[in-house]
Design a protein. Structure first.
Lengths: 108, 108
DNA sequence: TGACCGGCCTCGCTTTGCGAGGCACATTGG
DNA sequence: CCAATGTGCCTCGCAAAGCGAGGCCGGTCA
């Protein structure tokens, strides 16, 4: 998958996932890989900065949770503002797809 | 429209347009604006570098044409390699849309 | 004459994804 | 017991793209 095409889609993807429930970083990567049948692996260098930015904007929040074995995970949960932002992003996404499709689609 | 979302879609858009026939820069901008009902204006700072890059890759070629009033326009025409590349890009685009839709779509 | 439109272009900035690397701890196998 | 692997977090520097702003030139029209 062309890296440039992915740009800008990450927040939409993350918020969509988190709207189903809290998740931690590693889990997000594995979930994306699994759901796409391995065709798309979200990279850490893209994931963590994106999560931190969403948190800074207060669209999501995070908390550490200790596992039975003593190890820690950082969970991210969507906030009210994030849900609203997600709705806007979804509309924007649809507009974008329709726009490009309008050029690609007609004869191809 | 979010600038980041647009990234990577420009070559696809340009090649799609040029596959309908040769066009010049200004015309491309106006055509895109018209077809999207004004909601998307392709910027010159994105258009010209993209065209030049496509030409450097020999996906398109260019030629100057003098108008009746003496002014010049630079027309761009798609090449065989460009058509093949366009097909690949279209497949990639479909994969990309399906992928994102897989996350956004289910519950939204 | 001056404003506006058509028409080409470039430069510097910002943002993003990515590769690579680093750190830490648990589990598992030899 | 030790090494390899897996889990889990992170950052840094690079490349690439879009954008705003600006530049340049010549026509047209009030």
């Amino acid at each position: 998958m062309d890296r440039e095409l992915l740009k800008g889609s990450t927040p939409l993807l993350l918020l969509s996932l988190l709207s189903e429930g809290p998740m931690y970083g590693y889990q997000i990567i594995e979930t994306v890989r699994a759901r796409t049948g391995g065709s798309y692996t979200l990279k850490e260098g893209a994931l963590y900065p994106a999560l931190h930015k969403l948190e800074a904007a207060e669209f999501i929040s995070s908390y550490w949770e200790t596992q039975p074995n003593g190890r820690e995970r950082r969970y991210y949960a969507i906030q009210a503002g994030g849900t609203a932002f997600l709705d806007a992003k979804k509309r924007e996404w649809k507009q974008f797809v329709d726009m490009v499709q309008g050029f690609v689609g007609p004869r191809g």
